[in-house]
Ligand binder design. Structure first.
Ligand code: F6R
Length: 241
């Protein structure tokens, strides 16, 4: 595992944005696995600026997002499709038809998960998979449990995830209880995994995930087995490793 310990959030974002820009520069038709959440916001902003300046080109890139809330329409401002459009896609020159997010409006979970896995199979393997890290060790919405789930699946969000995401909703009751998430299999098949983390609140889980036992109770711990894993964090997040 490669570790970049950066002095603060801004430096972390710059490092991660550089790694993604390098990926699409070296391989313009890269398949990028993308994440939502607070952590990638600064990185996405930089990529937008660099793209506008002509320093990075996403015109041939393909993106596959990790997850989406079940039940939210793409135009709902809490949906992950909306997040990606607002915070990244509309600021870079990626072709809209080359961006993929699970369809939260599809009620038939089996069909939607099968569709998404077939898409990953057709377009993948993912060249660069960006991940954030949940406080409970989740990656995507692969929540702690007794097994690692390989394929895309519908997940019941854990109370800790509902609590963490409540800040984006009017009230806790508005946070969706289910989501679709890419499974651990597609993440582990990615050629390069880039996990980003910021802030003291992530320090304990970073330590457990990368230096504790490999267990589905800390889903990110499986990344210890990935052969091309890069961790980029600020000093606070990496203070315990
Ligand atoms: C988002 C995702 C989640 C987040 C994680 C960390 O697509 O898959 O696993 O990466 O919950 O979220 P933040 O960055 O808000 O701390």
């Amino acid at each position: 595992m490669r570790v970049f310990k950066e002095k603060d959030y801004a430096a972390m974002c710059r490092r991660a944005a550089n790694l993604m820009a390098a990926q699409v520069t070296v391989k313009p038709k890269s398949v990028l696995g993308l994440a939502t959440g607070s952590t990638p916001l600064g990185m996405y902003e930089l990529l937008g600026q660099w793209c506008a300046a002509g320093d990075v080109d996403f015109s041939n890139a393909i993106s596959i997002n990790l997850d989406e809330y079940k039940g939210l329409r793409p135009d709902n401002d809490q949906s992950y499709r909306y997040f990606m459009e607002t915070n990244l896609f509309k600021h870079i020159n990626i072709a809209p038809e080359n961006t993929h997010v699970p369809d939260g409006t599809r009620d038939d979970a089996k069909a939607e998960c099968a569709r998404y896995d077939a898409l990953i199979e057709e377009l993948g393997p993912i060249d660069l998979q960006l991940l954030g890290l949940g406080h409970n060790g989740h990656i995507g919405f692969n929540e702690p449990g007794d097994v690692f789930v390989r394929d895309t699946h519908r997940v019941d969000l854990s109370q800790s995830t509902i609590d963490a995401n409540q800040r984006f909703f009017a009230s806790e009751a508005d946070v969706p209880r289910q989501a679709y998430t890419m499974g651990i299999g597609a993440i582990m098949r990615a050629k390069h995994v880039l996990l980003i983390a910021s802030g003291a609140a992530k320090a304990d889980i970073i330590q457990q995930a990368f230096f504790g036992p490999i267990t589905p109770h800390v889903p990110a711990s499986i990344l210890q087995l990935h052969r091309n894993m890069t961790l980029v964090g600020d000093e606070e997040a990496l203070s315990k490793i």
